[in-house]
Design a protein around this ligand. Structure first.
Ligand SMILES: [Zn+2]
Length: 397
């Protein structure tokens, strides 16, 4: 039916009036109202329309999750140069541009791809593993520095988690405990491998972390490193977390195919299976070292790759890791809001992160570009970071 604008408006007015329970009056006259008793006599209850207004506002909280932390040579050199006298490494100056964002979220999550060493232990390249891969360690100072800039929690399951064996798993978690950063993905005892929800803004949240492979083979004790070789372990742990009261479940997943523009068919199949069988609310993926798209798989928000947070990559002489895309990352900033049916709405607000060469500082790329005080050199680097990333994720903040 062809409808003119005037008839469409008339239909709309009638529809609104019917909805409001009144009838249109004669032309030019106000509508005739039914008399409403003021003493309640004859009223059997409040109008049905009020029922939805009795719902309190849904509970809500925000999280921010960032990409891979790699204490490679250039990062350690920059952190040593930034350290005050008597301190080996200080990463806070490298991350300072992010403190205002991190202080505005309820839960800030990092991803430690490599073991954190004992106090005073050597950091960076440690040697070669049994299969020829680089063994890398983060300096002990990292944990305290992450806490100082606002991180609350870190995922630790990756292909490098077992680089230094059980001792490296233990020293990593001991460093985080000493700094007051909670953690998930690796464990010192079988009990520590059990999912335990925690409270964020009054909401019971579980955050789990899994690795698809290990460069040095998986530890003999399965509970030492959470694995996602198939979906089974992830699905079981998400269900276990729900069973002990988790209202929201966040999964960090470390995959092994690097440098791809988007998820592999195999990773997509794994995530499809995890979502279909356990419905986590959010999945953030690590490992590709470049950013990949943000999508929904069913109702689950999926960051296919957060890229690197900080690394020594993106410079000449590092083979595939010389790729400039390794300088770019995403901060998955997500608001969770409880819905009347008990589900949780996830709204992404994706912050572009740029790990610039030279200083190795990490900037929120978009907002930093609006800072008139930045140098021309930094502006050029940030623009390049933005131009690369906007081709992958259209909605960058
Ligand atoms: Zn990795």
């Amino acid at each position: 039916m062809r409808t003119t604008r005037a008839t469409a408006v008339a239909i709309l007015v009638c529809a609104v009036m019917v909805a409001l329970g009144s009838t249109p009056g004669a032309a030019g006259q106000p509508p005739i109202e039914e008399p409403v008793p003021i003493d309640g006599a004859g009223v059997s209850g409040p109008p049905a329309v009020l029922a939805q207004r009795t719902q309190p506002p849904g509970r809500t909280f925000t999280i921010a999750a960032v990409g891979d932390w790699l204490s490679e040579g250039l990062v350690n050199t920059a952190a040593a140069a930034a350290a005050p006298p008597g301190v080996r490494y200080d990463h806070e100056p490298l991350l300072r541009p992010l403190t205002s964002i991190l202080s505005n979220v309820d839960l800030a999550i990092c991803h430690m791809e490599i073991p954190v060493g004992l106090p005073g232990a050597k950091a960076g390249f440690i040697g070669r593993g049994v299969y020829g891969t680089a063994l890398i360690a983060a300096p002990y100072e990292v944990a305290g520095d992450l806490k100082r800039v606002g991180f609350d929690r870190c995922s630790t399951a990756s292909n490098h988690s077992n680089d230094l064996g059980n001792g490296g798993i233990d020293s990593t978690l001991n460093a985080f405990d000493a700094a007051g950063i909670s953690h998930t993905g690796t464990a010192r005892t079988p009990a520590e491998a059990t999912p335990v929800p925690f409270t964020v803004n009054g909401v019971r949240v579980a955050h789990l972390s899994f690795a698809r492979n290990s460069n040095t083979g998986f530890p003999l004790d399965e509970w030492r490193l959470e694995r996602a070789v198939t979906a089974t372990n992830v699905v079981g742990d998400v269900a276990a977390a729900r069973a002990v009261g988790a209202e929201v479940v966040i999964v960090s997943l470390h995959v092994y195919v690097e440098m791809q523009k988007g998820p592999t068919a195999e990773d997509r199949a794994l995530v499809n299976q995890i979502v279909a069988q356990s419905h986590p609310d959010l999945i953030v993926i690590h490992g590709p070292h470049v950013v990949q798209p943000v999508e929904r798989v069913g109702d689950t928000l999926v960051y296919w790759s957060l890229g690197n947070f900080i690394s020594g990559m993106g410079v000449p002489g590092r083979d595939k890791y010389s790729d400039l895309r390794t300088l770019d990352g995403l901060m998955a900033t997500v608001r969770f809001t409880e819905q009347p049916d008990g589900s949780w709405l996830t709204e992404p607000w994706t912050v572009l992160l740029c790990n610039v060469t030279g200083s190795r500082a990490v900037y929120p790329g978009v907002s930093a570009l609006f800072d008139p005080a930045i140098t021309g050199t930094l502006r050029t680097k940030l623009e390049a970071c933005f131009n690369r990333s906007i081709q992958v994720v259209a909605d960058l903040r």
